[in-house]
Design a protein around this ligand. Structure first.
Ligand SMILES: Cc1cc2nc3c(=O)[nH]c(=O)nc-3n(C[C@H](O)[C@H](O)[C@H](O)COP(=O)(O)O)c2cc1C
Length: 190
């Protein structure tokens, strides 16, 4: 069982990083092989809508997304972690998501499996936001669910915490870290 964590915050050691690390620890405690990638550190261009992918299902931009496509193909569980920024995911995470247009093309234009095979994969979302707005996570959740659906990844749920703003504030939450650890365990077990 291989679990891939995708850290979407530009802030290293911030709240979503802390939560993602706990999810990964929980998964590792149940025997999963874990890997976390930090997309803000990688060279990931936004999609240029060149439509090259409509012909062969490959992205024409040869940057570090090429390695990420391989990581997705090898993963059984994918955990995306992003704080809310301007009511959506972070800019690095949005660029990363858009670069799966080539996999959208595979599925909907070329009629081939978006991730190379029909293996059952599970997807999970981790987020925090500084405010407590009623609909704080809804726009991001719509996007993340669509992302997983397009990639034939079964949506396994989310762990989201409003009112978490300062760096490390999640450590003061009564049981967020515990919830994250358990979520990691359950992703492997269920
Ligand atoms: C550019 C930017 C935009 C933000 N937009 C929102 C927002 O729309 N709603 C909100 O509740 N918090 C917003 N925040 C606050 C972050 O969600 C919050 O600080 C969060 O804890 C950061 O998580 P991190 O430590 O994982 O980066 C924003 C922060 C930044 C830097």
């Amino acid at each position: 069982m291989r679990i891939l964590g995708v850290a979407g915050s530009p802030r290293r050691g911030g709240n979503t990083d802390i939560l993602l690390a706990e999810v990964m620890k929980g998964a590792a405690s149940k025997g999963a092989e874990t890997k976390t990638i930090v997309i803000n550190k990688l060279n990931i261009s936004p999609c240029q809508h060149c439509d090259a992918c409509l012909k062969g299902g490959e992205c024409a931009i040869k940057d570090e997304m090429q390695d990420i496509y391989k990581e997705f193909e090898q993963a059984d569980i994918i955990v995306l972690a992003s704080p809310i920024q301007f009511m959506g995911v972070t800019a690095p995470m949005k660029a990363f998501i858009d670069r799966f247009q080539s996999r959208w093309a595979r599925k909907y234009v070329l009629k081939i499996p978006p991730l190379g095979d029909e293996r059952k994969r599970k997807g999970f979302f981790v987020s925090v936001g500084g405010t407590k707005l009623k609909n704080l996570f809804e726009p991001a959740l719509v996007m993340i669910k669509a992302f997983f659906l397009i990639l034939n990844i079964d949506y396994a749920g989310e762990l989201v915490f409003p009112g978490i703003d300062e760096k490390g504030a999640i450590n003061q939450h009564p049981d967020a870290l515990k919830q994250a650890f358990i979520a990691g365990q359950e992703l492997v077990e269920k």
